[in-house]
Design a binder for this molecule. Structure first.
Ligand SMILES: Cc1ncc(COP(=O)(O)O)c(C=O)c1O
Length: 385
């Protein structure tokens, strides 16, 4: 069998493997609380569901333009204007099946042999996987607990070489829940301005789930980066639409057609029904979304304080997303072992830190996208490890 080496070396996202293991145990009758998978536990708001049902009834079942229907790209442009006071043309906006394709396309377009791509470690595992797949050298940027898992700008600058083609930034961050505020982003952008040849992929998929600041400091707000900035955002987390597979990205004009060609080659167009639902999500009422954000905030406070009450666990306070990243080093076991015991013996599914990079051996990721009742039960169970 002559299978491509690139495919053999492709990595995966272990949150899905944890989900499968947890579901198997549940199907065998075990009581498992799933704090593994990163998706909101709320249903998609009803107004969005209704828009999808209407789209089916109206016969919106055909192929759409590969980059998304014009009305949806206009709705994204409007949304961005309302959120960030930034004018971007619908011609720069690309609609994709979820946020993930943007990581794939950025890596394919700016990767390849001879190029280096800097990515956060710990970070979303698909960054490293896709960088390697492209043939580029992946350069991990360690986010450390001492820095509150924020980017250490000096450390980042030291990793830049004349081969660096792309830097990936993820704010708020998966898996740590860290959030860099405007002050920090201002400083980061000042450093990035010194390297005008390097593209930036700003993964802002958790942009609406932030707790201590009212405004998300999107890189869209920095004119100096406009010619080399790729923004990744979408509906999955903000609008509880993970399974609808709908994301948007904003591309520099000089890269847009490459990304759009990849869309045609890969999936022809995003799901037409989801796109109509996406218009309603952006233009319709946001009341449910506000309530969900409040609920995540309440859970964050609960999980953070309860974890820190445990003798052997310390947990830094997350500023965004719906993840906590407790330090479990006092248990004297690997993160994988801790996660195995939590699942097999205590019925709590969580993801070992090492799934997000080599630097996170002392951590596990807890997704608090679960009810308060289950969170309380799960932390009680963890206290018995
Ligand atoms: C940091 C980050 N970026 C991108 C994605 C991909 O999102 P989507 O499900 O829309 O493809 C995720 C999903 O978990 C994520 O955590």
């Amino acid at each position: 069998m002559k299978v491509s080496k690139k495919i053999i070396n492709l990595e995966t996202e272990s949150a899905f493997a944890v989900l499968a293991r947890a579901n198997k145990l549940i199907s065998e009758g075990k009581d498992v609380i799933n704090l593994g998978i990163g998706q909101p536990d709320f249903p998609t708001p009803v107004n969005i569901q209704e828009a999808a049902i209407k789209a089916i009834r109206d016969g919106k079942h055909g192929y759409t333009p590969s980059n998304g229907i014009p009305e949806l790209r206009e709705a994204v442009a409007e949304y961005i204007y309302n959120e960030y006071n930034v004018e971007r043309s619908p011609e720069e906006i690309l609609i994709t099946p979820g946020g993930k394709p943007t990581i794939f396309y950025s890596s394919l377009i700016l990767g390849g042999k001879g190029n280096e791509i800097i990515y956060p470690d710990p970070g979303f595992p698909i960054y490293r996987s896709m960088i390697n797949y492209s043939g580029a050298k992946g350069v991990p940027l360690n986010l450390s607990e001492e820095d509150n898992f924020e980017i250490n700008i000096e450390k980042l600058e030291k990793l830049i070489t004349d081969k660096t083609s792309l830097i990936i930034i993820n704010n708020p961050n998966n898996p740590t829940g860290s959030f860099m505020n405007k002050n920090k982003i201002d400083k980061l952008v000042i450093m990035l301005e010194k390297y005008p040849e390097i593209f930036i992929l700003s993964d802002e998929i958790y942009s609406k789930i932030i707790f201590n600041e009212s405004q998300m400091p999107s890189l869209l707000n920095y004119d100096a980066l406009i010619d080399r900035l790729i923004i990744l955002d979408g509906w999955s987390k903000t609008f509880c639409m993970t399974g609808w597979r709908l994301g948007w990205s904003i591309w520099p004009k000089k890269l847009y057609e490459y990304a759009n060609k990849l869309c045609v080659n890969d999936h022809s167009c995003p799901n037409s029904i989801s796109q109509h639902a996406g218009i309603e999500a952006l233009r319709g009422t946001k009341e449910t979304i506000k309530d969900i954000k409040k609920e995540f905030h309440k859970r964050k406070n609960f999980v953070h304080s309860k974890l820190n009450e445990l003798e052997k666990i310390s947990c830094f306070e997350p500023g965004g997303a719906f993840y906590a990243f407790p330090n479990i080093s006092k248990f004297g076991m690997s993160a994988q072992k801790f996660a195995d015991i939590a699942l097999e013996e205590k019925g709590v599914a969580l993801v070992p830190g090492t799934s997000f990079g080599d630097s996170a051996e002392n951590f596990v990721r807890i997704s608090y996208a679960n009810s308060m009742e289950n969170l309380e039960k799960a932390i009680y169970r963890l206290s018995a490890i």
